[in-house]
Design a protein around this ligand. Structure first.
Ligand code: PLP
Length: 394
């Protein structure tokens, strides 16, 4: 037996373990300190009642012989796919039902999609980045090229014609930087991908946080994207489904490589290796798209937006450079006084009792940056920003 030795090439994930260790040491030596966590990437608001009621009804159905359901379609129930199709149509994106695949979240599909691509492909990944894109490609032994994101390009790297990439990752609005591409910028990426016969893996997990109506919510709002892009979306941050697990992936039928339809390959992959998302969860997900559900999840998103505004207002008043916060729950701030991100982490913890995420954990280009999230409570966000201000004004 031989193992997949690519796994030995993975770096240990020190980020969250490193944070937990430092917080533990700090609390042990400062037992009375009140610590505020501004680094959480998980949501804190509960599921809305429309979702809970729909899941309760679905559970009741599952308990009666007449309405019990066994295996469902691997690509998801039509009742949910129809709702997603209609959701895209609101932004003039016309999808066919069989272009929509229901998933148990974006993370699984972002990793699993690589099954349909050759391991010899070159992958272009922004730095800093959501670590899953890097690690899943290391597991397959693919060559990775990084696209540098920096303060100069607003943490939105643009295509470079001299780089020959086959698979391109774009996450917009971005985790960790909160930056979001506009139409013109995405058009450049789509044109690059089409002219290089490359595929864009577009992560739209944070699309529901876009408040600027000029920004695209889906890559398919860009002409030509249907021949080069696969889109991944998640209900995790949109509707608090991080623990409930549901998302969707769009694979257009117009996406063809060497005469082979990627939609067909993905369908074949899913029907072989995946048995679908539970009926109860899909019923809960369907409720998000009803009038009542949409109103309720909007209230939660507004709650996080208000937190994001508390953070960005504070940084504005302190004159600290940042991206994000406007169309994203993430704010990516420059560390004050040229500090590196771990030094700033320690400084903020020691002097303000506030925990964030050091940018270095997302890639080399994050070395002098720091991620704050809007997923805490309003009261804690206000208090954390009051402490940050006091600390920096000293
Ligand atoms: N994509 C990005 C950019 C994320 O930040 C996350 C979660 O933090 C995911 C995907 C995963 O989402 P899901 O909960 O649907 O697996």
């Amino acid at each position: 037996m031989k193992i997949n030795t690519n796994y030995t090439q993975l770096k240990e994930s020190y980020l969250f373990a490193g944070i937990a260790k430092r917080v533990k040491e700090f609390s042990e030596s400062n037992p009375d300190a009140s610590i505020i966590k501004m680094g959480i990437g998980d949501v804190t608001r509960p599921l809305c009642t429309a979702v809970v009621d729909a899941m309760k009804n679905a559970a009741d159905e599952m308990g009666k012989a007449e309405t019990f359901r066994g295996y469902g379609p691997e690509q998801g129930y039509d009742f949910l796919r129809e709702k997603i199709k209609d959701y895209y149509a609101e932004n003039s994106v016309e999808l066919a039902l069989d272009e929509v695949f229901i998933s148990d979240g974006a993370k699984s599909d972002l990793g699993n999609i690589l099954d349909i691509f050759d391991k010899d492909n070159t992958v272009l990944i922004p730095d800093p980045v959501y670590p899953v894109y890097v690690d899943t490609n290391i597991m397959d032994g693919r060559k990775i090229v990084f696209a540098d994101a920096s303060a100069e390009n607003g943490f939105l790297p643009m295509p470079d014609d001299s780089v020959d990439a086959d698979i391109i990752y774009i996450c917009s609005p971005n985790n960790p930087t909160g930056a979001a591409y506009n139409r013109e910028q995405l058009t450049e990426w789509v044109n690059y991908a089409n002219s290089h016969s490359a595929v864009i893996l577009y992560d739209a997990a944070y699309e529901s946080f876009i408040s600027d109506s000029a920004l695209p919510k889906s890559i398919y709002e860009i002409k030509g994207a249907e021949t080069c892009a696969i889109e991944f979306c998640s209900l995790s941050k949109t509707a608090g489904f991080t623990g409930t697990r549901c998302g969707y992936t769009i694979v257009p039928k117009a996406l063809v490589s060497d005469g082979v339809s990627l939609n067909k390959l993905w369908l074949r992959r899913q029907t072989t290796k995946f048995n679908g998302v539970s009926y109860v969860v899909q019923k809960g997900a369907e409720a998000i798209f009803t009038a009542e559900g949409r109103k309720q999840i909007k209230e939660n998103i507004e709650y996080y937006r208000r937190n994001a505004k508390v953070i960005t207002d504070t940084l504005d008043s302190l004159g600290i450079w940042y991206t994000g916060g406007k169309n994203s729950p993430y704010v990516w701030m420059e560390c004050p006084n040229n500090m590196n991100s771990w030094d700033f982490f320690d400084y903020l913890l020691k002097n303000a009792g506030v925990v964030g995420t050091p940018g270095e954990g997302f890639g080399n280009n994050g070395k002098n940056f720091f991620r704050l999230t809007a997923f805490s409570t309003y009261e804690n966000t206000q208090e954390a920003m009051r402490r940050l201000t006091e600390m920096l004004k000293k």
